[in-house]
Structures are given as C-alpha cells and as structure tokens.
Design a protein around this ligand. Structure first.
Ligand code: PMP
Length: 457
C-alpha cells in the first residue's frame, strides 16, 4: 500500500492517527491533537487548512530559521546521496566542517561530540564527568548538582537531574549521585524582597556543595535561562558567582543550551550574555532547526585531554557511541542552518526583535493584572500568570490553557510551561522564529491582547 496523504480525507488521517499513534505529553485517548501538514517561514498549516503564525518554533523552541528552508533540504539531500552514514568512530567531511564552524562561535571550547537529542547530549556530559571522577579522583568526585525548576531531558538519568518534582513522579527510582540546589527565580524569591538576590541564590548553591562535601561534587548542570521550568532569567551577578564557586571547588560547569543555543536569546549561546566560561556545553533543538536530529556535547580542550592520555588503554578513552551520531544529515543540516543564521543576521534580529516584543509585553502587563511577570531574553520570552499581582498566587493551569487556545483561535500558536509541572506551570512561552518581523511581532501581541481581553470579560 502506498501511503500518501492525498489518498485520504482529513478525517481518515485523523482517525488513523488516533488509532495508531501515542502522542507525547498527551492523553490522546481523550484529547484532540492538531495535525500539522505544511510550514513556510513563520507560518504553519493544519490539515483543515487553518493557518497559524507559529510563536513557539514548532511547539518546543526548535525551528530557529523557520519552516520550508529549501537550502537546508538541498544540503541534506546532496549529503545523503553522497554518503548517508558511517559510524562516528570514523570521520566525515561534513561533520568536521560543522564542528569547526561551531567552535568558531564558542571561544574557549575545544571538541564536539555528536549524538541525536538533548537528553543524549546531557547523558554524554554526565558520563564524561563520571569518567573524569573515576580517572582523577578514584570515583569520589562523582556527584552532579542540578537546580530546582531546571529540566535536562527525558531519560531516567536526565530526569534524575531534573528539578521538577511533578515531572519525575512515578518514574523512580532514579540514578544515584544527583543532588538538587535551590532555584534562582527572583520573582519567586526564597529570601523575600532583597537587593542582592543573585548573590544569595549563588550562596544557596555553595551551601549545597558544602553540605555534600566539595570533594564529592564533580559538576553542576544548569540552564542559562530555564526553559520549561518557567522561562527564568538568572538574576544579576548570579552566573558569574556560580562560575567562581565552581572554580573554587574544582567543579565542572556544564551549561545546557538545548533551548537557548544557536541564537534564540539574541546571542549565539545563552551563557555568552553573562561572561562565563563553561567546561561543557550541550545543545540540540536549534542546532539544525529540527530539519534533522542532531545534538552536540561540546567540551574544552582541558576536559578532552583527560581522555587523551597515553597509553590509550580501555580506561583512558571515552567509551561511548551513539549509532546515529554518525548520520551525516544532521551536520549537513546544521552547517547550512549556521550559514543562514549568519548570512541573515538572525542573532542580531533575535536581540532586536526580542527587545521590541518584550516592550510590547510590558505594555500588556500594565493593562492586564493576570500578567504577573515578563521574563526572558531575545526571542525566548515568558509571561507568568497570577491570580493577583500582590499575592502572586499562580493561576490555575486551565487559565494558561485558555490563553493558549484563544491565541490559536486568533491565529497564533504560543507555548506554555510543562503541563505536568503542577506548581509553576503558569507561564506562557513565546519563542517565535529568529526571522521574526515587526508585523509578525505585532500579530502576536494582538492575539495575546484579544485573548486576555476575552478572558477578562
Ligand atoms: N535540556 C533542556 C533545557 C530541554 O528543554 C530539553 C527538551 N525540552 C532537553 C534538555 C531534552 O532534549 P530532548 O527532548 O531533545 O531529549
């Protein structure tokens, strides 16, 4: 049977999907999911022909350069007919070229390790940290600290390092050796209304290191700006203080750029806003704007050199492989994706349009008390919704969903914080394509304005 959508009606395909596909993060038996069929630029169309301005970059912050990029499709095609695959134990010209170009954008970093998803990139980082602990510290310095409200992926070990209790629930027992430290959301300050929140939040991180014993802590993993946990921008001085604490106790600093990477925040990488120098950087989503599955674990030469000792015995090299880390479609797409971001000045556009969008969101905040806080950087913005701006009581998640549904009704797709994160799942996420124009930004604001107005009626 030749499956081609034109042979089927929309209702045939929707019924086929309902019968056969188990959707992500959704109780598909009782909820209806949209079926998307085409994308171009910032727009996407569903099977009923409805057009949406996608201010979520594919739902989860992925399609940085927009839909329908023929040059990426052509680069992938050319690569695939030439050589689609050889295991990552061998070299390919396209992977070498992409790695070299990527490292130019990341001064201080030294080597790129390829895999397929954000979770996998983080797992590689954790294995690197564990192996360094084994080689250098007799296994003692093996603990990895992670922050409350951060998310690092879907596997059991990535969930073991995720600070969202609701998301972990029912999936334990977890991997040992992962320890949580307090979040840094100033709007939800644990220390009351203070001037030096960043300093206090960093001190809370140091306290956990001291409690655990610095000689047992090998690394810390953080999102530069927390994504699914509520679009949390770090407070003033926080990240440099965290970096200084890492250096003080010889702890590796692992920055998870799976969402922030590749221009999303108005810099090539989120950490670059804060003048810090990580030891490990992981990235996925925007690496190839989701035209192919590719993720990277990027390390400094110092980290790589732990694995380059002579003699090259079993214990000395990084004994890790991901079959599809050798696919060439990923680096081919990623290389062209980087070219587009560079040639079209999309990092600058994200910074510039991000400021514009943010200013408009502040105007909405002044008009609608439901908006408690506007956060984010570049084209990675969040609106935390509250019952009352004084008590900051989070709205019920149904209210968040209502805004999302109303915006879709007005032709704009926006995202929201993790549905299973019951405590603070009250944040709307805006992450349009980095190509965003002023007209598109105005359409997003208009849809939000109409949604909030209708909600208030
Ligand atoms: N890290 C962060 C910050 C993420 O937001 C995500 C996914 N949303 C991941 C890691 C995991 O990436 P993936 O779903 O590709 O495994």
């Amino acid at each position: 049977m030749h499956l081609h959508s034109q042979q089927y009606t929309a209702s045939d395909l929707l019924a086929m999907d309902k019968d056969t596909v188990w959707h992500h993060m959704t109780q598909h038996a009782t909820q209806t999911v949209p079926m998307m069929v085409r994308g171009e630029g910032s727009y996407v169309w569903d099977i009923h022909g409805n057009q949406y301005l996608d201010a979520s970059s594919g739902g989860v912050w992925c399609v940085n350069v927009g839909y329908g990029r023929e040059s990426i499709a052509e680069a992938i095609k050319e690569q695939l007919v030439n050589l689609n695959y050889f295991a990552g134990t061998a070299a390919t010209p396209v992977a070498a070229q992409f790695a070299a170009k990527l490292l130019e954008l990341m001064p201080g970093m030294g080597k790129v390790y390829f895999s397929n998803s954000g979770s996998e990139a983080n797992e590689k980082a954790y294995k690197i940290v564990r192996q360094i602990a084994a080689k250098k510290y007799g296994g003692k310095k093996h603990k990895i600290l992670y922050r409350e409200r951060d998310y690092h992926g879907t596997t059991i070990t990535c969930l073991s390092s995720t600070g969202q209790e609701e998301r972990r629930s029912q999936y334990g027992p977890f991997t040992p050796g992962f320890v949580e430290f307090p979040h840094c959301c100033e709007y939800r300050s644990q220390f009351g209304d203070v001037e030096n929140y960043g300093e206090l939040a960093a001190k809370a991180f140091e306290d956990v290191i001291l409690q655990e014993g610095p000689d047992t802590v090998g690394a810390v993993v953080i999102e530069p700006i927390t994504a699914g946990g509520g679009v949390i921008t770090p407070p003033e001085g926080y990240l440099p203080a965290v970096e200084a604490i890492c250096r003080k106790y010889d702890i590796l600093l692992h920055v998870d750029e799976v969402v922030c990477g590749l221009g999303r925040t108005g810099a090539w990488f989120g950490y670059q806003h804060y003048g810090i120098k990580p030891d490990i950087v992981t990235m996925a989503k925007g690496v190839a704007s989701a035209y192919a599955a590719i993720s990277c674990t990027v390390v400094t030469e110092e980290v790589f050199n732990f694995f380059a000792e002579e003699p090259l015995e079993r214990e000395s090299f990084f004994r890790d492989i991901s079959t599809y880390g050798g696919c060439t479609a990923g680096p081919a797409a990623a290389l062209e994706n980087l070219n587009i971001i560079e040639q079209e000045n999309l990092v600058e556009n994200a910074a510039h349009m991000g400021e514009y969008l943010r200013a408009q969101l502040e105007v909405l905040k002044a008009r609608f008390p439901l908006i408690g806080d506007v956060r984010g950087k570049g084209l990675f913005l969040g609106l935390e919704l509250v019952e009352d701006p004084v008590t900051k009581q989070p709205v019920n998640e149904n209210v968040v969903m209502q805004v999302v549904v109303l915006c879709a009704k007005h032709g704009v797709l926006i995202g929201r914080t993790n549905r299973s994160f019951r405590l603070y799942n009250n944040t709307l996420c805006l992450s349009p394509m980095l190509t965003l124009t002023r007209d598109e930004a105005d359409s997003i604001i208009l849809a939000l304005d109409r949604a909030f107005t209708e909600l208030a009626l």
